[in-house]
Ligand binder design. Structure first.
Ligand code: PLP
Length: 375
């Protein structure tokens, strides 16, 4: 038996998505840029997908741009906001994904922007007063990039309020919604965000495809030069089957969003209840009230040698969890997120992340193994 508790890293495909993608791969052979019959078929498949996604997020179809995933979307926003919208200041939180933080630092090193990194409190929350103070003190065009839900500790930021603050100070706002899209309602009619990034493989869609929402009044120039796909701002032949699969996964996830969330939260609650009452000095990182993602649980283990072995021993027992950020898995380095929340260095953090395909029995087995390893 193999148990998968690493759904913040990536998720298994829905069987229906697999079928949809197989069907598209089999029957749609054209290049969507071709004007003949086969090309028009491919184009129609893409536009159908765009409509599905746009409707769910309350955007217009012209505001959804397909990309290879959130890494590309985030790089595109940060780099092109500087080169095409005249942004001179970037404001980011200290716990953004590396694709935001590294791009921001690169832009600063290249002398293109001034970078303002907002610290977070011990739960991973951004201080909105501090955001206001920073924005109030800046002269020049600003882009604020703050994620909706953190991929390591699950803390959610109040993006509605952040959008209002950005609007008040005339700043552009980009939100990395990779961990929340299809899990929490996102209404781009009311949310004051200019750019929003998403990746299909986080919601049971295929890997290597995502999208960027870009508001009509903040159009970015392309990051890559080439063909005139995606209204001439994202060159490269579209991933037709991937896009169709993403739309299907989007639809399936959104159709039972609340039910899925309640179920997944019950799995997380169960782990917290079992590990938290075991008298082994097990703690939980992040904001544990309602501002926490239902699918992510960062567990802080006591400072013993046994804790160092937990991820490996769980793997031996057939349970996949993550230590630190999965996106830099394979390289053991201190997580910038754990540092930002001042997680004690001698404690070991592991991340369990759930999906609707997990069961209570799996959770119980995982808790049994963790408690056995630690005791
Ligand atoms: N942003 C967040 C919050 C993530 O969790 C991830 C992936 O883990 C990314 C961006 C990058 O997504 P992708 O690897 O699909 O490009």
């Amino acid at each position: 038996m193999h148990i998968y508790f690493d759904n913040a890293s990536t998720t298994p495909l829905y069987p229906e998505v697999m079928e949809e993608m197989f069907e598209v791969q089999k029957s749609i052979i054209g290049n969507p840029s071709s004007i003949h019959y086969h090309g028009r078929n491919a184009r129609a498949s893409i536009e159908k997908a765009r409509k599905v996604i746009a409707e769910y997020i309350h955007a217009s179809v012209g505001e959804v741009y397909f990309t290879s995933g959130a890494t590309e979307s985030n790089n595109w926003v940060l780099r092109s906001a500087v080169s095409s919208l005249g942004v001179q200041h970037l404001v980011v939180s200290a716990i953004e994904h590396p694709c935001v933080l590294k791009t921001s630092r690169a832009l600063e090193t290249e002398g293109k922007i001034q970078l303002h990194i907002l610290p977070v409190d011990e739960n991973g929350s951004v201080d909105l007063i501090q955001l206001e103070n920073v924005l109030g003190a800046i002269n020049g065009k600003v882009l604020v990039s703050i994620m909706h839900g953190n991929n390591e500790i699950g803390t959610m930021q109040p993006i509605q309020e952040i959008g209002e603050i950005c609007h008040h100070y005339g700043a552009l706002f980009h939100c990395d919604a990779v961990q929340t899209i299809t899990k929490y309602p996102i209404n781009l009619q009311s949310l004051k965000v200019h750019f929003l990034s998403a990746s299909a493989h986080k919601f049971h869609g295929p890997k290597g495809v995502g999208f960027l929402f870009m508001r009509n009044d903040a159009i970015l120039r392309p990051l890559l030069l080439g063909g005139s796909q995606e209204r001439s701002v994202r060159a490269g032949t579209e991933n037709v089957a991937g896009i169709a699969g993403m739309a299907k996964a989007f639809q399936l996830s959104c159709d039972n969003m609340e039910g899925n969330r309640i179920y997944i939260q019950s799995l997380k609650d169960r782990v917290m209840q079992r590990l938290g009452t075991a008298y082994l000095d097990i703690r939980f990182n992040g904001n544990l009230n309602q501002h926490s993602l239902s699918h992510i649980l960062s567990v802080s283990l006591p400072p013993t040698l046994k804790s160092d072995m937990v991820v490996m021993n769980l793997d031996i027992e057939g349970i996949s969890v993550s230590s630190g950020s999965a996106c830099s898995a394979g390289i053991e380095e201190d997580s910038h997120v754990l540092q930002a929340i001042q997680h004690p260095i001698q404690r070991k953090a592991i991340r369990c992340s759930f999906s609707k395909f997990n069961t209570i029995d799996e959770v119980d087995f995982c808790c049994d193994v963790i408690l056995r390893i630690l005791s």
